[in-house]
Design a protein around this ligand. Structure first.
Ligand SMILES: *Cc1c(COP(=O)(O)O)cnc(C)c1O
Length: 578
């Protein structure tokens, strides 16, 4: 069964489960959800990523909201199986041996998508190389480059060593995986054959037939770029020459390499496709909007509700459209239960007891400047007066800042300061150590899900999709998936207009968005929640019917099958699922 996989999915991070800390945020969660949907659909796919023995990190916050990080200790052996295949790569002239650990993702009908995490912590390897599979997004530029070489070149070689000889597609999830192109070129030419001129061109044409590239980054600065000296030192002069001959300039840009080497390229939402085409006008970039894997993100009350009303929803989440037929009273009961589960969990772990009847807004994602976690605190006076007039508000935050992201850390501290100033008027809670389990509780347990990044920086965003699945409407700036998912007063509410605000000074733009956020809270969200329960529940129900039925990874994987992996063969690429 393993040898029959046709599609390899390479990603720097994959969120397999909460107890396996090999992911940092949305990219990894998407990768995991993609593989889980592929398993449900019977798609012959295999996943590849790195094993991070020290994980991402464990976050602790002091009374001021200052973050400190601790390496995660987790038992690799408890969660993964060591396989006996071996591969190797050369880094800075040293041979680095690679082994792999397998995690089997079992789909709804029993089909398995094996996922391999590469590990170089072996006694035969040089001490510095053994560190390479230590930390996700850790270390300096050279460390990142070596990790990406390991993922791309090591990933392809490990797949071959495992016996995957029939792979037809290599899906590069973000530019991190682009060095796979070098390994595939070498396979085309045969080891040791110098790749020059027409031979290189022919081999590259062949490689391009097999690669699919998904870009996730809407700003040029977010793309991986390495100095050529560093690439030469790491991979050698011959690889650098090939990269140059394939069009690289002084800097080695992995996005550019992936763009030039792929048969199909896509952004992760309609708007992100547009933004990517503006950034890279020479390439035919399409859109396949992200999704979430419903069975992973459903809360127990909604699982029960759907099991009762929409049998088979897990295997066919497009049928969540039929949530239109669920009675509002039943939605109400499930909503209250999901909120209760969140508030219970917060009480258990933080000792804070929140009000079950107060409007509770959730905001959880990586803490980084562009997500603007503190926007809602822009004008504390206005926030206080809103609440005084209409009813209490509770805000629940969660999210880790990357250890080197000073602005992201300062945002957490600013939330703690605002919490203190607001006192009992507006309750604010910060849940430390955000991960999949808290994500599941928070997205389902809030009454409204808040999202206010600086447009167009949210390529897609997926936490709002998890919320929608559990009947939680979004209150969001029009960016990423919300361009498609937003129907005012039907699936939630928009903050401000859809439009480019980049010509504005940052302070002006933030003031504008904050004011639009207060306006919407005042005129729509608070009155609807407190005085028009029925209408509020209709919005909850429409979030499921309109959005959960579409923004799921089953629909997304099917779109990849048809558009990216090859239309004519899409059905052949699916196993019998009886
Ligand atoms: C869903 C999820 C994310 C992504 O959230 P966005 O709103 O898309 O940024 C990040 N981290 C965790 C743990 C998640 O579950």
């Amino acid at each position: 069964m393993t040898e029959s996989a046709r599609i390899a999915y390479l990603s720097m991070e994959i969120a397999l489960e909460d107890a396996i800390p090999t992911y940092s945020g949305g990219l990894g969660v998407l990768a995991g959800d993609t593989l889980r949907a592929a398993a449900d659909l019977g798609v012959p796919m295999v996943g590849v990523s790195l094993l991070y023995r020290r994980g991402h990190f464990e976050q602790t916050l002091d009374a001021e909201g200052r973050q400190s990080e601790r390496p995660v200790s987790w038992s690799v052996e408890r969660h993964l199986d060591l396989v006996d295949a071996k591969a190797s790569i050369e880094l800075e002239g040293r041979l680095v041996e690679i082994r792999a650990w397998r995690y089997c993702i079992r789909g709804a009908t029993g089909h398995i998508v094996p996922t391999y995490l590469l590990d170089v912590d072996l006694p035969v390897n040089d001490a510095q190389d053994r560190e390479l599979t230590g930390t996700l997004y850790g270390g300096e530029e050279g460390y990142r480059l070596r990790q990406e070489v390991l993922l791309g070149i090591g990933g392809v070689r490990m797949l071959r060593a495992l016996g995957y000889d029939e792979l037809e597609r290599f899906h590069l999830n973000e530019g991190h995986a682009a060095f796979a192109v070098l390994a595939l070129l070498e396979e085309q030419a045969g080891p040791g054959t110098p790749l020059t001129g027409p031979l290189l061109e022919r081999c590259h044409g062949e490689v391009r037939r097999h690669c699919v590239f998904t870009t996730h980054t809407p700003v040029p600065a977010g793309h991986d770029v390495f100095p050529q000296e560093l690439v030469e030192q790491t991979l050698g002069a011959e690889s650098l020459r090939i990269l140059h001959e394939l069009g690289a300039r002084e800097q080695i840009n992995l996005t550019a390499l992936a763009l030039r080497s792929s048969r199909f390229i896509n952004g992760v939402a309609m708007r992100h496709g547009e933004v990517s085409r503006d950034m890279f006008p020479r390439y035919p970039i399409r859109s396949i909007t992200n999704g979430i894997h419903p069975a992973t993100w459903i809360s127990p009350p909604f699982r029960e509700l759907f099991d009762q009303h929409i049998p088979g929803w897990e295997r066919d989440p497009l049928s969540l459209r039929y949530a239109v037929g669920i009675a509002l009273e039943d939605i109400d009961v499930a909503r209250r239960r999901a909120k209760g589960l969140l508030l219970d969990a917060i009480e258990r772990s933080l000792g804070v007891s929140l009000d079950r009847t107060a409007l509770t807004i959730g905001f959880a994602r990586r803490s980084t400047a562009y997500k603007r976690a503190t926007l809602v605190f822009h004008d504390l006076e206005r926030l206080r007066s809103l609440v005084a007039q209409q009813g209490p508000l509770q805000l629940i935050f969660s999210g880790k800042a990357h250890p080197a992201d000073t602005a992201g850390k300062q945002n957490i501290e600013a939330i703690f300061r605002a919490a203190r100033k607001l006192g009992e008027n507006v309750r604010v809670v910060y849940v430390p150590n955000y991960g999949m389990n808290w994500g599941r509780l928070l997205c389902a347990g809030a009454d409204v899900w808040l999202n206010n990044p600086i447009p167009p920086l949210e390529a897609s965003g997926t936490s709002g999709m998890k919320a929608a699945l559990n009947g939680v409407p979004s209150l969001s700036v029009i960016d990423g998936w919300w361009v498609e998912g937003h129907i005012e007063n039907v699936t939630g509410w928009a903050i401000g207009e859809d439009g480019d605000t980049n010509h504005l000074a940052a302070a002006v733009r933030d003031a504008l968005h904050a004011s639009a956020l207060y306006d919407k809270l005042e005129s729509h969200v608070l009155p609807c929640f407190y005085s028009e329960r029925e209408r509020f529940l209709e919005i909850c129900r429409s979030s499921i019917a309109q959005n959960a039925s579409f923004f799921n990874t089953h629909r997304m994987v099917i779109q990849y099958l048809y558009n990216a992996y090859g239309h004519a063969r899409a059905h052949q690429l699916v196993e019998e699922t009886s």
